[in-house]
Design a protein. Structure first.
Lengths: 331, 503
């Protein structure tokens, strides 16, 4: 009786653990002996259930269809994404291990943290730029500013009196706001939180004056009338909210996006890189992916591996400059 | 009569055969994973998340909510039977629940936990239905200063909570605070005490410490005793159901726990956990009837109150999620993920844009709780049979399941090693006679307290008076000071030490 009980428990837990990959495998018909002959692992360096994970799962499903093999998401969270990225950099470059990287693992992380265990530029093979997601400038309803211009004036008139929230020191929210302060010549005090969701009650109740939140977490509060959105941080207006002006309409050239891209380990050959790049671009062109990305506040991008590498270099250089100018350190 | 109209809409949605089936499936699965030490709801929901994509959104959320409640029931079962808290909120249940099991009263302890949870869950559901929007306003009143004051009160409560030596309790809290310092500091981004190990920059996981100290530590200490001296408390299981006196003792405790839990659950951040600790502390302060079993030795109030409180708290913690879109804990964060998959943007607009989903979920919370009582009360006998499994089978199974569970949270072997290390540390604690519950509270509250203190001072531009000029914060601090005075008063102190003479 008791033994059967334990066996049942074990079987149930094994079944839960096995169900997903098994179910996924049946749908994947192997197309031939050539690459990909077995399931491809896509390392997601963030926890299951988060925005990056959901984006990766939407992408991996379509990528699997286009490449003719199952793509299994492998969550390896920790240390702001560096643990998963490090694992990917050390994998065999055979095309069976891919990494869904973000700006925090490959442009901001390396720019701010010299102790990162990998070299973001030389330890990986860039494959494709997948998506970009804007940040949105939010103010509480009690704020006197109704436009970006008014907010800048308000901040200039009250130097050191306003507060802004961030998701922690050295995160994109922090760096974007510092970039904004440098460009607009304002002084707003930094109040770090462990994630912007935790800052929401303090922002809504007016204890904080501004938050450059990610689009997907910020907009629901705007739609509900609890906060006002002043602008987005993309260079051009985003298709996600065409009515919202951009910060760059006031501060020319201002741009800050969270990007998502796929890398392979260092030494992935040109043929495999091209094959995965093609499949990724085909997946990104799919209307279903576009729609699922839009729900996450992200726009599909795509393009060549070279264009991806160039974008990351520019982004990294921009953050490096801001970090040194604003004397931002994590030590 | 909006409330009735809304609830009937909800029950209309939830009472369809298909949704009842998903609720049932979620509850069964949740109980199973809750009973298995180590495999928590977070890992299960994360694994099932993609599978729910094919389901209608209401059914998917009903099933996931069922897993959440089921695992909490299951979690208190392991807390009582094998002294292993599956979730942070069942840490206090271990204290008296396990002692009851040792005395052969596992049945009444499980029943008290189950019935208390059901009552609290029902009240919590009604509160959500009736007061969700106005209660959200309360959360806005809580700024960093108020949170800091609440944490101070919590830590003072932890000292009061500890049984046995006061010095050891304070020592354990401080050790917990120090362990909580490990990891990246939010304000400066500096990785503290990480020794350049990337895994340590996220700090040490709660699950790692709880499993190591409570689970592995207990096992090591049991194995270190000669065979004939090992605890075998299964032979003497008397009565599966609580006696009349038990009911008399637990009823007021359940009521107090429910009230406290409902109130604290609304605050974002650790609602269920804080309410369980607070309810236990409160129960200890309330004088029991003469001849009652002392706390820490198997008092049924010490099981009923925190279990009701954490269930009420986890129920009302849906309020910040559903009205503000703020997930109060990891499971809720996953529910946000689930909603996003189904194209529902969690947040204030859910109530108006998807009323059938909102009220259906609320109705299914109650149905889930009812199902769990029906499911679990007859099963108590089976759970207790778990105790009759010989240790040579039970121990390796617990060690294995803990290892699987902790690996599945991050897919990283590092965590397994950490559990092993904390197992040895836990064994040392047992040898030293130091209780680990205050350590966990210090570990969780410490970093939150530091963050809120620094945040409050940043917002006030360095002016310490904010803590006393804001009425809520001042009130909480005054309550803390009062509690401290009571504990330190010579009369109370002597009595307290009398009550907790170590057995």
């Amino acid at each position: 009786m008791k033994r059967r009980h334990i066996i049942f428990l074990t079987a149930a837990s094994v079944a839960v653990a096995a169900a997903l990959p098994a179910a996924a495998q049946t749908s994947a018909a192997a197309t031939g002996a050539a690459y990909p002959a077995r399931p491809i692992r896509m390392i997601v360096p963030f926890p299951a259930g988060g925005a990056t994970d959901i984006l990766a799962r939407a992408l991996s499903q379509k990528l699997g269809e286009k490449i003719g093999q199952t793509v299994v998401v492998d969550n390896r969270p920790g240390a702001g994404g560096t643990i998963g990225a490090d694992a990917a950099s050390k994998a065999t470059p055979d095309g069976y291990t891919l990494l869904l990287a973000t700006s925090s693992t490959h442009s901001i992380g390396p720019a701010i943290n010299p102790k990162i265990p990998y070299n973001a530029e030389t330890d990986f093979t860039p494959i494709a730029y997948v998506a970009s997601s804007p940040n949105v400038v939010l103010v509480p309803n009690s704020s006197p500013a109704r436009t970006m211009r008014e907010f800048i004036d308000h901040a200039r008139k009250n130097p050191g009196r306003l507060n802004y929230a961030s998701s922690g020191n050295g995160t994109i929210v922090h760096l974007t706001t510092e970039y904004f302060k440098a460009q607009s010549g304002t002084f707003i005090l930094h109040i770090p939180y462990r994630g912007t969701a935790l800052a929401m009650p303090d922002l809504i109740s007016g204890k904080l004056d501004v938050l450059f939140d990610s689009f997907v977490t910020g907009m629901p509060h705007v739609k509900d009338g609890k906060l006002r959105a002043l602008a987005v941080t993309t260079l051009k207006r985003t298709a996600l909210a065409p009515d919202l002006p951009t910060v760059s309409e006031i501060l020319p050239g201002f741009e800050s996006v969270t990007w998502f891209g796929v890398y392979g380990p260092k030494g992935l050959n040109a043929e495999l890189t091209a094959r995965v790049n093609q499949a990724l671009n085909a997946a990104l062109a799919d209307p279903d992916v576009k729609e699922r990305f839009a729900r996450l506040g992200a726009e599909p991008t795509g393009g060549t591996p070279q264009a991806f590498a160039a974008m990351v270099r520019t982004d990294n250089a921009k953050w490096k400059k801001i970090i040194s100018e604003r004397k931002i350190t994590t030590d | 009569m909006d409330l009735i109209a809304n609830l009937s809409l909800g029950f209309g949605v939830a009472f369809t055969p298909i949704n009842l089936m998903y609720a049932f499936f979620g509850c069964v699965l949740g109980t199973l994973i809750g009973v298995l030490p180590g495999i928590g709801p977070v890992a299960t929901i994360a694994m099932l998340l993609p599978a729910t994509y094919a389901l209608p959104p209401v059914s998917a959320l009903i099933m996931l909510a069922g897993i959440y409640y089921g695992s909490q029931y299951g979690g208190s079962t392991t807390a009582i039977l094998v002294n292993l808290p599956g979730e942070s909120s069942s840490v206090v249940t271990c204290i008296d629940g396990y002692q009851m099991a040792r005395k052969g009263r596992a049945g009444p302890a499980l029943a008290a936990a189950g019935l208390g949870s059901f009552f609290a869950g029902s009240v919590g559901t009604l509160i959500i239905a009736a007061f969700a929007p106005p209660l959200t306003e309360l959360a806005f009143k809580f700024g960093p200063a108020e949170y800091f004051a609440l944490m101070v009160l919590g830590l003072i409560g932890a000292v009061v909570l500890a049984s046995g030596s006061l010095l050891k309790a304070v020592g354990m809290i401080v050790l917990g605070l120090l362990l909580g310092l490990i990891g990246t500091d939010v304000n400066s981004g500096v990785a503290r005490f990480s020794f350049d190990v990337p895994e340590l920059t996220d700090g040490i996981g709660f699950v790692v410490i709880a499993m190591g100290v409570f689970g592995y530590g207990e096992i090591i200490s049991n194995l270190s005793q000669p065979e004939h001296e090992r605890e075998v408390f299964t032979a003497s299981v008397t009565g599966l159901f609580p006696t009349k006196q038990d009911f008399k003792d637990m009823a007021p405790a359940v009521l107090r726990g429910t009230a406290l839990g409902s109130a604290l659950g609304i605050l974002p951040g650790g609602g269920a956990l804080l309410s369980a600790f607070a309810a236990y502390t409160l129960e200890k302060k309330i004088k029991g009837r003469p001849g009652e079993v002392p706390f820490g030795q198997g008092n049924i109030r010490g099981v009923a109150a925190p279990e009701s409180a954490n269930n009420a708290g986890s129920q009302t913690s849906f309020i910040p999620l559903l009205t503000l879109g703020i997930p109060p804990n990891a499971v809720m964060a996953l529910m946000v993920g689930a909603m996003t998959i189904h194209n529902i943007q969690p947040g204030p607009q859910v109530m108006t844009s998807n009323p059938e989903l909102f009220w259906g979920l609320i109705a299914s919370m109650w149905i889930g709780n009812a199902m769990l009582v029906i499911l679990n009360l007859p099963l108590i006998g089976i759970w207790i049979k778990l105790l009759t499994i010989p240790y040579r089978l039970l121990f390796p199974a617990i060690v294995l399941f803990c290892a699987i569970g902790v690996y599945s949270t991050n897919n990283n072997t590092w965590d397994i090693w950490m559990v092993a290390i904390f197992g040895v540390i836990g064994y040392v604690f047992i040898k030293l006679g130091a209780e680990p519950a205050p350590l966990l509270l210090g570990f969780i509250l410490g970093p939150m307290m530091e963050e809120n203190l620094r945040r409050a001072l940043l917002l006030s531009r360095g002016d310490w008076s904010v803590f006393v000029t804001r009425p809520l914060s001042a009130g909480l601090l005054a309550a803390g000071a009062l509690l401290l005075v009571i504990v330190l008063l010579p009369a109370v102190k002597n009595k307290r030490e009398e009550a907790f003479v170590e057995d």
